[in-house]
Design a protein around this ligand. Sequence first.
Ligand code: SAH
Length: 220
Amino acid sequence: MQKEPEAEEGNQRLTRLMIALRDQGVIDPAVLAAIQSTPRDLFTPDLFQERAWEDSALPIACGQTISQPFIVGLMTQALRLEPRARVLEIGTGSGYQTTILSKLSRLVYTVERYRTLMKAAEGLFKQLQLTNVITRFGDGGFGWPEQAPFDRIMVTAAPSAEPDALLAQLKPNGILVAPIGKGPVQVLKRYTGDGRGGFAVESLTEVRFVPLLDGVAKEL
Ligand code: SAH
């Protein structure tokens, strides 16, 4: 059967994106499959539909951004997810990263400080029939104490310093990945629990994230 020209073009865009991710070092087959099966255009505002399959960050509502697919792949790979993992994500944003986490773990708890973004993301999780995502509107800087400890934590907004409150909610052998730093450019760090309350810390690469802000946003 012949494919619609539009579908054909979409496939080519997706193929190009997947090649770009592999070229940059995202090689975990499960991570690549999760990205490949997640329709990024659903999470991209109308104004930027043409660019939904580009390997770049794009603006979303509330002055926030949907992350660059390469960075999503890199951070997801760095988290070394296991199918049984309970994962905490700080900064739901568009819900794109959340969706990819949900395909690779048992449960994802995600926190966002903009109600508008949270509502939009919840609608998409429903549309995609993700049954293992639990959302919360609030300040993710405090984590989710009632559900702690977590096997994995991913922070997609940049804390200015070491996120002690979040590290305290990690299991002894857990892994936390976060961009750390004050300025427009931060260092992506991975904290791996040593099982005795300490962490091995690795600096992975430079990244550009919006800051992790205090409190919830004052908007409707
Ligand atoms: N992973 C997202 C990227 C979102 S950008 C995606 O794939 O689309 C980072 C998000 O973190 C923004 O939506 C911002 O509002 C949120 N954020 C910043 N500080 C926060 C905090 N203290 N608690 C919860 N969310 C926060």
